[in-house]
Design a protein around this ligand. Structure first.
Ligand code: ARG
Length: 252
């Protein structure tokens, strides 16, 4: 009799502990990493909340799956490693899908087309193009770890070239362009347009010169979650929700 009571108690405790595990796993708040100096994809509002196109998109995907999410701001060049080390569950950061990154993380189907452009001061009098940057000894600003910085490295032949200025935050790169501390910024076109519209005194030089597509990223082994993200992404595009979010951040 006594023995069966003990057994039953142990059994009940096991069940309780086990269901507790499942429950807390289900209710886990997913950490979504981004770098929030990249409007209109991600920026901070007057209350320091992270807002933008990417935030609305990942919120819609999370809602579709019943996930709770929390946005986390980190330096752009630390996002991929943070996925690999489980500090983040998802990254949405206007991140270009490329080969090197695809070796480290899993990307969703593309959700946005973009390209790099050069931004200069409106009153720039010198004439130059991409091919003249080295010869004219120009100072180029890029954001660390971005495809813009890869373009800069290609131009100067090294990431350590003194004329290649690597910024952690995009707003600081544009302030330095305005103040004459650098001669141009290489950055994604939609973001260039946004900063030009808000800060003024700058313009895009020439034509976009790369073809890129953004993807949402998760840890390499997280194929289940990626299937769900891709399914929701397709749904959101079909339902008109994607267009609604696009209109909100890119409409007039
Ligand atoms: N598309 C570029 C890249 O993948 C720049 C992205 C920067 N994103 C950001 N949230 N700061 O490298």
């Amino acid at each position: 009799m006594k023995r069966s009571v003990v057994l039953l108690t142990v059994l009940l405790l096991c069940v309780a502990a086990f269901s507790g595990c499942i429950k807390s796993g289900d209710n886990k708040v997913l950490k979504v990493g981004t770098e929030a100096t990249f409007p209109p994809f991600e920026t901070t509002d007057e209350n320091e909340n992270i807002v933008g196109f990417d935030v609305d998109l990942i919120t819609a995907i999370a809602e579709d799956n019943g996930w709770e999410i929390e946005m986390v701001h980190l330096p752009f060049d630390s996002l991929i490693e943070s996925l690999q080390t489980d500090k983040l569950d998802i990254v949405i950061a206007a991140m270009t899908i490329d080969e090197e990154r695809s070796e480290k993380v899993l990307f969703s189907t593309p959700y946005f087309d973009a390209s790099q452009v050069m931004v200069i001061r409106e009153d720039e009098e010198r004439e130059f193009g991409l091919d003249d940057i080295v010869e004219q000894n120009l100072l180029v600003a890029v954001q660390m770890g971005t495809t813009g910085s890869y373009e800069g490295e290609a131009i100067f032949g090294s990431e350590d070239h003194p004329n290649l200025r690597q910024y952690k935050r995009v707003n600081e790169a544009f302030m330095d362009l305005k103040n004459g501390r650098v001669d141009l910024v290489i950055i994604d076109e939609p973001v260039a347009k946004n900063y030009i519209a808000h800060l003024g005194g700058m313009k895009i030089l020439g034509e976009p010169f790369t073809n890129e597509q953004y993807g949402i990223a998760v840890k390499k082994t997280n194929t289940d979650m990626m299937e769900k993200i891709n399914a929701s992404l397709a749904k959101i595009k079909d339902s008109g929700k994607y267009d609604e979010i696009f209109e909100k951040w890119f409409g007039e």
